[in-house]
Design a protein around this ligand. Structure first.
Ligand SMILES: [Fe+2]
Length: 168
């Protein structure tokens, strides 16, 4: 039962605003029509290139396609949120590869990496390509675990816009 005291308190509170949001627009990217951009150091070594396909400011997720020449590798990083990948070409050693307790993906391979996955050694012994969708940022680290940088959808979008000349 609602007392008159409850009613008068409710009346004194600011009005609650509820938002009705429209669905987000769909997107399409013709991947082979956009140019590869170099994945900047200190995040990657050996000529890794990328194409940023999508960012979601609301979810904090982002999606990219990577081209990794034989002998290339990513710097050490931790996935703040989970990620899913599809290796469309070549071979990728994740977490040191299967010989070191990690994973070795061969074309055509799918993998799921959970939140907090630490990737000290992501290496490509042969020319490779993979698609990956990330939730949340990557935390790039030194060997001792200290921070090099944290890159989320916003930072990566800024880099992409700069590289492609879309940014003013
Ligand atoms: Fe990773």
């Amino acid at each position: 039962m609602v007392s008159s005291a409850d009613t008068s308190r409710a009346n004194s509170l600011p009005e609650t605003t509820y938002f009705t949001k429209p669905p987000v627009d769909g997107e399409f990217v013709q991947v082979d029509k956009i140019a590869w951009q170099p994945m900047p150091e200190p995040f990657a070594h050996g000529g890794i290139c990328w194409k940023l396909l999508h960012v979601s400011p609301e979810l904090g997720s982002w999606t990219a396609y990577f081209k990794c020449p034989a002998g290339s590798h990513f710097s050490a990083h931790i996935h703040i949120g989970p990620g899913e990948y599809l290796l469309t070409k070549g071979k990728m050693e994740v977490r040191g590869g299967i010989e070191n307790g990690g994973e070795t993906a061969y074309e055509l391979g799918y993998g799921y990496e959970p939140s907090s996955a630490r990737h000290d050694h992501t290496y490509f012994p042969i020319d490779s390509e993979f698609y990956m969708s990330f939730v949340g940022p990557l935390h790039w680290i030194h060997e001792d675990g200290s921070t090099v940088a944290v890159t989320g959808w916003k930072e990566l979008q800024d880099v992409w816009l700069q590289q492609t000349g879309i940014a003013a």
